[in-house]
Design a protein around this ligand. Sequence first.
Ligand SMILES: [Zn+2]
Ligand SMILES: [Zn+2]
Length: 321
Amino acid sequence: MTSFFSDIPPLDKTVPGVQAIEPIILPRLAVLYRRRAERLRQLEQQAQTATGEGEPISGREGYLGFAARVVDEQARLLADAPLSAEEAIPVSALLGDGLSGAERPSVAMLARCAYWQEAFRGIVENLSPFMPEPAAAGLVDLMYADRSELAAKAAALMAGDYAAVDAGRSVFLWAALSVFWAQAVALATPHAAQGEVLETGGARCPCCGAPPSGGLVLTGDREGLRYLQCSLCETRWHKVRATCSVCGGTDHVDYWSFETTDAAIQGETCGDCHGYIKIFRQDREPALEVVADDLASLGLDTALEQQDFVRATLNPFAFPV
Ligand SMILES: [Zn+2]
Ligand SMILES: [Zn+2]
């Protein structure tokens, strides 16, 4: 049996007795990016093998492979240009006194933070050669946009107004915002999160206010615990199982999948608010990665949406259009 690498830090075994459930778990970001990129490429290969009826289509990159390149760029920024404590201050300020609910950033705040704007320009510069011409040209134009225009688009995305920004551009803006926010929250929260009891209303990250990418049921030291994973800052926050992530209801929560009842990916729907999220059961399949496996299982979303359930999660590579 091979041991599986995880971006979730192990529990501190030196603490005696039964450990309290951690309200949030911060990822080891470098490992998270590596896992995500590898998983995206693995799923792309599987998809190509399936569609090519056993013959992998070599040399042609699909969307999952392209998403992996974006994640590689985030990993590069983390390694080559790590965020300083000083650059994290504007994000820490939004966290307020703790984890009761982060404030949304203003356009002015986003315009002042140079880190994510530089990250955006770097990602576009490196990846536009791999994109089809009209999309690449549109992105390069945005690269030369002024701070306030970039900030206005970023603020719209962070407010959930996805229609305000072209979906292709949103992926790049979000990737840059995410590598900024994930580092900033990691620098800010170890102090803020001490002994905190978490109250999260709706499906919103307590550290940045963004929607989750999906739910995870953990394995290993934290076997069976359910966390939601933030689409922006990558923090996982605890959510009691069989509770609707959107409205908190427990009476009409159902689980859906195409396969057997012990499927590793399930839709968790709520009959009260008609919201749903997808749950990735690492206790059943440790290789699952929320963002990558969500992107590779959008057929389940189509089936749930046909039954009038509304998706409550955001995949940073599939913005609603
Ligand atoms: Zn977050
Ligand atoms: Zn609900």
